[in-house]
Design a protein around this ligand. Structure first.
Ligand SMILES: CC(C)(COP(=O)(O)OP(=O)(O)OC[C@H]1O[C@@H](n2cnc3c(N)ncnc32)[C@H](O)[C@@H]1OP(=O)(O)O)[C@@H](O)C(=O)NCCC(=O)NCCS
Length: 187
C-alpha cells in the first residue's frame, strides 16, 4: 500500500470513496477539494477557523483504497484532528486500516503535535474503528446527543507527547467539533 498526499487527479476517486464510507455526511466532498487546492480554498478554511486541511490517499494497483485527512485549527496549533479515515470494503480485514492509523499517528508525532483528536458516533458501523482507537490509547469523551439524533457522539483524544491530553471538554470553548454539522431539526 502506498500512502501519499491526495492529488487533483485522484480527487474524483477519493470523493467517491468518501461518499461510500460516510454516506450520512457531505463535508468530506469540500474538504478533499480544499486539501488539493493548497491555500486557494480560503472559503472552506475561513468558515471553520481552520489553518489547514490535508488529505492522503492509500493506493493499491492504481486504485484509491483508503483515505485520511487532518484538520488543523488556528486556535489550537498544538493539536490536529483526524477526519475521513477509512478503507474500501474490498480490502478490509487485511491490516490496512491499522497501518493507516499508525501512519497518521506517527505523522502527527513527527510534526510535534501534542494531541490527535477525532470524533465518531457510538453506532454499530463504527465499532471496529472504536476498538482500533482504544487499542492505541485514545481517551473517549461522550458528548450529549445532538438535536434530532438519538445516538451519541464520542470525541477521542490521544496524547502524542507522552502526556495525558487535555480533555476536549476543557479545550473546546468556541472551537467547532471538527466537521461535525449540527443537524437541522424540523420545527
Ligand atoms: C475501521 C477500518 C478503517 C478498519 O480497517 P481494516 O483494514 O478492515 O482494519 P484491519 O484489517 O487493520 O483490522 C483492524 C482490527 O479490526 C479487526 N476487524 C477488522 N474488521 C472487522 C470486522 N468486520 N469485525 C470485527 N473485527 C474486525 C481486525 O481483526 C483487527 O483486530 P486486531 O488489531 O485486534 O487484530 C474499516 O473498517 C473502515 O474503513 N470502516 C468504515 C469507515 C470507518 O469506520 N472509519 C472510522 C470513522 S471514525
Amino acid at each position: 500500500m502506498d500512502i501519499h498526499a491526495l492529488t487533483k487527479e485522484e480527487l474524483p476517486e477519493a470523493q467517491a470513496l468518501a461518499a461510500s464510507l460516510f454516506p450520512w455526511e457531505d463535508e468530506h466532498q469540500d474538504a478533499l477539494v480544499a486539501a488539493v487546492s493548497h491555500g486557494q480554498s480560503g472559503g472552506f478554511l475561513a468558515a471553520r477557523g481552520l489553518s489547514e486541511v490535508r488529505a492522503w490517499a492509500a493506493k493499491e494497483e492504481e486504485r484509491v483504497i483508503g483515505l485520511l485527512s487532518l484538520y488543523d485549527y488556528g486556535q489550537t496549533p498544538d493539536e490536529t484532528w483526524l477526519a475521513w479515515y477509512g478503507v474500501s470494503t474490498e480490502v478490509r480485514g487485511r491490516g490496512l486500516g491499522c497501518q493507516l492509523l499508525d501512519w497518521v499517528i506517527a505523522t502527527a508525532k513527527r510534526e510535534r503535535k501534542a494531541v490527535l483528536r477525532l470524533w465518531t458516533t457510538v453506532e454499530e458501523e463504527y465499532a471496529v474503528a472504536l476498538r482500533l482507537y482504544a487499542q492505541r490509547g485514545f481517551r473517549p469523551e461522550l458528548q450529549p446527543a445532538l438535536p434530532g439524533e438519538d445516538w451519541e457522539t464520542v470525541v477521542l483524544s490521544l496524547g502524542l507527547d507522552g502526556k495525558v491530553p487535555t480533555s476536549w471538554s476543557a479545550r473546546s470553548k468556541g472551537i467547532p467539533l471538527c466537521g461535525r454539522i449540527v443537524p437541522a431539526v424540523a420545527a
